[in-house]
Design a protein around this ligand. Structure first.
Ligand code: HEM
Length: 114
């Protein structure tokens, strides 16, 4: 498949994941938990699949270090959505952590410091 499709899926699912994570931060009501976890779970899975699809298409061979860092950012991003329902008082901290995780992933892909 053309890597542009993976790029598109990667960015679109990333927007969905980020939007729903911040919706959870804005209103961590228990009745929204199931829906948020379902949407962020599916979007997160698509980010991962398209990310590995891009790696396979564009960077055959051993996984580059910047991609490993992105994988850890992704893990963190997947965890924060569920966490805010259990610890709603930490939501501003979690929102800050989420922004940092996204920034780290963006620095890794655009600046490639490692
Ligand atoms: C926090 C999660 C992530 C964010 C914010 C993120 C962000 C991005 C962005 C913005 C691009 C587009 C770069 C461009 O168009 O030039 C991109 C491309 C890419 N991402 Fe991710 N990504 C994330 C997770 C992952 C994961 C988990 C993987 C795989 C392990 C991955 C692998 C890739 C690859 C291989 C590319 C293509 C790089 C290139 O075009 O040279 N990403 N990512």
């Amino acid at each position: 498949m053309n890597p542009s499709y993976y790029h598109l899926l990667h960015l679109f699912s990333l927007f969905v994941l980020t939007a729903h994570t911040f919706m959870a931060f804005a209103n961590p009501a228990p009745e929204n938990r199931k829906k948020t976890l379902m949407i962020t779970g599916i979007a997160g899975l698509l980010v991962l699949i398209s990310g590995f699809g891009l790696l396979a298409k564009l960077y055959a061979g051993p996984m580059p270090a910047w991609a490993i860092v992105k994988l850890f950012s992704w893990l963190g991003l997947m965890a924060v959505g569920g966490m805010v329902y259990r610890r709603p008082h930490l939501r501003s901290t979690l929102a800050f952590v989420t922004l940092c995780l996204i920034l780290v992933a963006l620095v890794m892909v655009y600046l490639r410091p490692i």
